[in-house]
Write a protein that binds this ligand. Structure first.
Ligand code: GRF
Length: 218
């Protein structure tokens, strides 16, 4: 009898971490549901009790957990609880989708190769915050988003895929963010699908797709 692959059984469990509106989360939920992403969202964790994305998860009957940063005495106890909650879901892949806290290095190392982030810039350009405004101020002609594996160094892990958009002379940070978001909705599902299909690996901090160096500008 032929054994089923992960993609046929959709048994790749995604745990999505959010802090805000969760539009990337929504795309991931929808594409898991319609079979475009061969995986299922097993849970959503937010550090923000008011995050709109929590309602999106509830609408889809996905389990949610809030680890509210403000309820902890210090960073260490927050990190510890967050790590415990993540482990509880036993995820195959942790998907950071607008999660605005810097994760503890020990946690990140424990999930090395099993944790993805999406960052709204063409890394290594514009690491950190306010990327759209900085791209406009820097007179960039091109901007975009990057999906990368997470490492302890912020926004610096091995890149899986990037999506590019032009920066127009009339752009405001808001209009540019909207264009970048559309690319995010294209590239994040793609990267997650490759992971769920078991096609991604990392060698010497470079991402391989089907064993070959990946073309990150797909
Ligand atoms: C996205 O722009 C993502 O690149 C960044 O945070 C934003 C999240 O947006 N990490 P949303 O919550 O998915 O709408």
């Amino acid at each position: 009898m032929q054994s089923l692959s992960k993609s046929q059984t959709n048994n790749c469990h995604l745990l999505v971490l959010i802090s805000g509106s969760g539009t990337n989360l929504q795309v991931i939920i929808d594409q898991c549901k319609n079979g475009t992403i061969p995986a299922q969202v097993c849970g959503v964790i937010s550090d923000e009790p008011q995050a709109k994305g929590l309602q999106r998860a509830k609408n889809a009957r996905i389990q949610t957990t809030v680890v509210d940063y403000h309820c902890f005495d210090d960073r260490q106890s927050f990190d510890h609880r967050l790590g415990q909650e993540i482990d509880c879901y036993r995820p195959d892949l942790v998907v950071l989708a607008g999660f605005m806290r810097i994760l503890d290095a020990e946690l990140v190392e424990r999930y090395y190769g099993r944790m993805l982030n999406i960052h709204p810039s063409l890394l290594p350009n514009y690491q950190g915050l306010n990327t759209h405004a900085r791209a406009i101020a820097g007179r960039a002609t091109e901007h975009g988003a990057s999906v990368h594996f997470v490492t302890p160094e912020l926004d610096a892990g091995p890149i899986v895929i990037q999506g590019r958009v032009p920066v127009l002379p009339s752009d405001t940070p808001e209009s540019l963010a909207q264009r970048v978001h559309q690319e995010e909705y294209r590239i994040y599902p793609r990267a997650i699908t490759w992971f769920a299909q078991g096609r991604l690996s990392i060698q010497a901090d470079r991402v391989l797709l089907d064993g070959r160096p990946i073309d990150i500008c797909a």
